[in-house]
Structure formats: C-alpha cells, structure tokens
Design a protein. Structure first.
Length: 297
C-alpha cells in the first residue's frame, strides 16, 4: 500500500476619521480586534482526477511498485479462507495487464512490499517471500497468534506488517519476524506508509491516522474515517486516506478531514490506496478493478 495548503491571511482593518482629511492613529486594541474578526483562509482541498481503470481482477486488495511495474494481490476467494485460490498480478503504470496470474497458489493475499528483489506478501495468518526474478515462493512464515495480517510497507530499510486482528505491527524479513508494536489504539490496524522518520498508520476501528517514529509512541493526526485502509502523502504535507467500504478522504496537515469520493452505493470499494509517483493507485475489491487517480488543484 500521496501539498496544497494556503497559510491563513489576516486582514487588518484600517480606521479613518470621517470628518478629517488625515488618518487617525489606530489603537492597539482596535488592531487586535480587527485581526481576530477577519476570516482566515482555509486549506485548499484537492480534487481527484481519474486517469485509468483496469478490470480483470478478483477481489484485488494490495499494491506494491517496483520501477514501472505494479504488483496487485487478488484475494479471489474468501478474505480469511485458506483455499489456495489467491494470486498476484503484474500491471504497467499505464494500466495494462502484464501478467494476470504472475504467482498463484496463495490463500487470501493482501498487503505487498518490495525490498532487495523480494516481494513480501501477507496471507491471512502468514507471510510469503517471493523471489521476483524467478516468480517463485522462497519461504512462507506462519505468524503465531495472528488474527488478520494485512498491509506491508518498507520503512527505513526494514519491512513492517500490520495485524488488523490483534492491534499489532510486526517487523519481518526473509528469515522470520518479531513483534514490533502493540497498542490498544491500533484496533483494526491496516495501512502502513513511510514518510522519512515517520511511519504513518491507519486504523479501521477508530478510523484514525497515526504517526510513530519507532519509539513506541503514537501521535494521532486525524480521526473519524471509519474502516480506514490505505494512506498517501501529498507534496504539501497533507494526506489522502481510503476507507475500504467506498470512501476517499483528504486530511489536511493539521488534521481536518474532507470526503473526496464516496462510491459506497455503486458499490465500488476503495482498498489499499497507494501513491506511486504522481498517481494514486487504488484496488477496488468490488467490482474487481484497479483505479489510478491524479491529484488536481
């Protein structure tokens, strides 16, 4: 699993004497009152422009990019079933299907992340390490006590995996895993997105966007986006967050939320929203499509 903020401008009111050609001095308290009364400009809200939509997926959920290739997970069967029906697709950045079933035989694959020629795949209660050059599964690691393994991201050179079922985040690699962060506030933890020294975290329970710097502390940036899924950081320091039942939100740098898209009645699900270059890529579990958006002023 993408900055348009205008600084508030306070207009100072000028006072004049109606019966004199010369301006009278403005008392300090008058200036203060005028500044407080002047309306402040609010943060600009971006729009999303649809670039392309590609069909042909089966319950697509996760996205990872390597160069100009997108890897897309297809749950195919039930979200928690160990049925061997899931697979990974490869798609170009212009939406062309390259390999519909690049790697098959997975259960319910969701989050994806690429590091050092390996594709890490979450798969309900385990994760796989796939060698990209040979398209083979090298290792599979069951995660003890896992409830619902979900998103994967690469942050500061390491690989992280969220467990929506147990409010935990794991650090994983080609040799195994360890619990990295557990916190009751991470109920339904889902999307993970890196931003320099920060790791951004979305939760489905409270619909919150958090940040952490890896010291065990969590800071809430925004909340109220129930079933939050994927996160993209925009160039102005604001965010775009998906809620998988069918909403896409804008979150300002100061935490105000605005709904940009609502496709719940269509229904079009908005899953692991991910920024790749200037595109916002969103798998749509239903109706089995992949949508690319671009942020417009």
């Amino acid at each position: 699993m993408s900055r348009l903020i205008l600084l508030p401008i306070l207009a100072l009111a000028a006072c004049s004497q109606p019966d004199s050609s010369e301006s009278a001095p403005v008392a300090p308290e008058q200036t203060t009152q005028a500044a407080e009364a002047a309306p402040a400009q609010t943060a600009a809200i971006p729009a999303l422009e649809q670039v392309w939509v590609t069909a042909g997926f089966s319950a697509p959920e996760g996205v990872a990019a390597e160069g100009d290739i997108l890897y897309i997970s297809n749950v195919a069967g039930e979200a928690e079933a160990k049925d061997g029906e899931g697979w990974i697709s490869r798609v170009s950045l212009d939406g062309e299907m390259i390999d519909e079933r690049w790697v098959e035989g997975l259960n319910a694959p969701k989050g994806l992340g690429v590091r050092d020629g390996k594709l890490f795949v979450s798969d309900h209660d385990a994760y796989h390490v796939i060698d990209i050059a040979t398209a083979t599964i090298e290792n599979t690691y069951p995660v003890e006590g896992a409830g619902f393994l979900n998103d994967i991201t690469i942050w500061r050179g390491d690989v992280y995996l969220s467990d929506s079922g147990t409010a935990r985040i794991f650090q994983i690699d080609v040799n195994g895993y360890k619990e990295w962060l557990a916190d009751d506030r991470l109920g339904g933890v889902n999307g993970l997105t890196p931003d320099g020294d920060r790791l951004l975290i979305a939760t489905m329970g409270s619909g919150s966007l958090f940040e952490t710097q890896g010291d065990g502390a969590l800071t809430e940036i925004a909340t109220g986006m129930e079933n939050a899924d994927g996160i993209a950081l925009l160039d102005d320091g604001s965010y775009v967050v998906s809620s998988w039942p069918g909403q896409i939100w804008h979150v300002s740098a100061t935490g105000e939320t605005t709904e940009l898209e609502n496709t719940m009645d269509d229904p079009i699900l908005q899953n692991d929203l991910t920024r790749v270059g200037d595109l916002i890529i969103v798998p749509n579990w239903e109706p089995g499509t992949l949508t690319a958006w671009r942020v417009a002023d």
